[in-house]
Design a protein around this ligand. Sequence first.
Ligand SMILES: [Fe+2]
Ligand SMILES: [Fe+2]
Length: 176
Amino acid sequence: MATTTTKSAGSRARSGRKRRTGRRDPLAITLLKKDHREVEGWFDEFEQLEDDSEKLALFNQIATALKVHTQIEEEILYPEERGDVEEDMLDEAYVEHDGAKKLIAEIEGMKPGEEYYDAKVKVLGAYIKHHVKEEEQPGGIFAQAKKGDEDLDAMGERMKARKDELMGQMGGKRAN
Ligand SMILES: [Fe+2]
Ligand SMILES: [Fe+2]
């Protein structure tokens, strides 16, 4: 998957502001970052597994978490941040989500032990880590959202409710 992203160079290098370290993140950002750390940990865990049924169980957990997370960003964060966050950056994020979803669907159509199964999970993990970095890096989507006008604490409350709802829907049956 060789997607090249165009970066607007320069804008990131100088930030006229003092660094605000130790500042609490608003709820929406806190929740999304928590999801990121959780799923990154699961990808690392996956690499240690040898048992196929354990691999399948953990991958299903990863897939559900990623589907819920991307849906929440696509339903709430990304559209509501249009205007506060650079258009190009949001467009690229949607495209990266689509790439991840295709790979997830491919893996779901396979069984652990099949040729390329582990490789595909590993590539998905690398792909997600790249995407997450772009969201969290200085000047990235989260940073721009934090400087914008939206109430990210209130948005976080809505995200939480939506996440519960989606987890409930996806928990029982295989989501597709
Ligand atoms: Fe995302
Ligand atoms: Fe994210």
